[in-house]
Design a protein around this ligand. Structure first.
Ligand code: ATP
Length: 325
């Protein structure tokens, strides 16, 4: 049975079609990412699952039960918000135990449960600290503990790492993944960061303009994008006419990943238009007979902008998509 199902779900705000006919099945225990540009409807989908929004049409079910008419606190889901929404003057333990207090759980029991949740996020011993005195990463963990303490079956995470710097973000990505596996929970994770989605999720739904463009494993989404939009949005692929790519029917689009283009003395001549170091790789702008391409190549003795170099790629790496509109 699916953890979450959407059938033809729409949520319109006046003329804005925030969610516009979404069908979706999220499996029990899955780490599911909703990926898309700003305004594509990801957060609205999450709020529909949480029960903070109601569909304009269509149906949602959670573990087989119709969600219609069920208020947020009676759904087996909890949300971790991007801004954490902690009470700064309350201590960490009371922040975590807040939901239990509202439910009328006694003090000793809610403190014990809060301590267990804090241990899960490796914040044992922080219970007495005021939430306002924590670092960003620690606040993020408290927000997570506060959701976990309610023992939800589905955890909804809305850009939970958005406020963290890169290093902490990468560390928390690993921890979230570890927690999700260890607890066997279903995670629904909203992000506009494609690398985050690719590295963490079991499956990804790519959103644009309120609709799902493609659902698949990170590998499927990356290697076999269903549309030009997906190819462009996930991994900034080169989307080029198939005739340029050297394979596929004329008039179709083909996607060629920047890391699959290599410098090759036996390849086709291309003018270097730009060069930028990105640590482990160098990004080259190339002009191949009028077609602009981006390549990611290992650092080393590389051609300068303005110079002509030679490039090639394996035809097996080219993914041919639909006809050009
Ligand atoms: P972001 O990554 O910026 O959070 P998103 O993909 O999560 O974007 P949503 O927040 O779901 O996008 O918004 C989708 C569209 O619906 C946007 O055009 C937004 O302005 C609109 N929208 C969302 N909530 C409301 C609301 N309560 N009233 C009116 N319009 C809304």
């Amino acid at each position: 049975m699916s953890a979450v199902s959407f059938r033809a779900v729409c949520r319109h705000f006046g003329a804005v079609r925030a969610v516009d006919g979404v069908d979706l099945d999220i499996a029990d225990g899955e780490f599911f990412a909703m990926l898309g540009p700003s305004g594509s409807g990801k957060t609205t989908c999450l709020r529909l699952i949480a029960g903070f929004e109601q569909p304009s049409s269509g149906t949602i079910s959670i573990y087989g039960a119709a969600a219609e008419g069920i208020p947020p606190y009676r759904r087996n889901v909890n949300t971790v918000f991007q801004n954490y929404a902690l009470f700064p003057h309350m201590n960490v333990r009371d922040n975590v135990a807040f939901g239990l207090r509202v439910k009328g759980v006694g003090k000793a029991e809610r403190h014990a449960q809060a301590e267990r949740a804090l241990a899960l996020v490796e914040l044992s011993g922080y219970g007495e600290r005021r939430a306002g005195e924590l670092s960003g990463g620690q606040r993020q963990r408290v927000a997570l503990a506060r959701a976990l303490v309610n023992k939800p079956k589905v955890l909804l995470l809305d850009e939970p790492l958005g406020a963290l710097d890169l290093k902490l973000r990468e560390q928390m990505q690993e921890e979230l993944k570890r927690l999700q596996r260890a607890l066997g929970l279903t995670f629904v994770f909203v992000t506009h960061d494609q690398e985050e989605a690719l590295s963490m999720a079991d499956r990804i739904a790519v959103f644009a303009e309120g609709r799902i463009q493609q659902v698949g494993t990170p590998e499927e989404i990356y290697r076999r994008p269903a549309s030009r939009f997906v190819a462009d949005f996930v991994g900034s692929s080169n989307v080029i006419p198939a005739e340029y790519a050297g394979t596929g029917p004329d008039g179709h689009w083909a996607s060629l990943r920047p890391e699959d283009i290599r410098l090759d003395p036996a390849g086709r001549p291309a003018t270097v238009t730009a060069r930028a170091y990105h640590g482990r790789v160098v990004k080259l702008g190339l002009n191949l007979g009028g077609q602009e391409l981006t390549a990611l190549v290992p650092p080393g003795d590389l051609p300068e902008p303005g110079e002509v170099t030679r490039i090639s790629w394996d035809l097996a790496k080219v993914h041919v998509m639909g006809p050009q509109a």
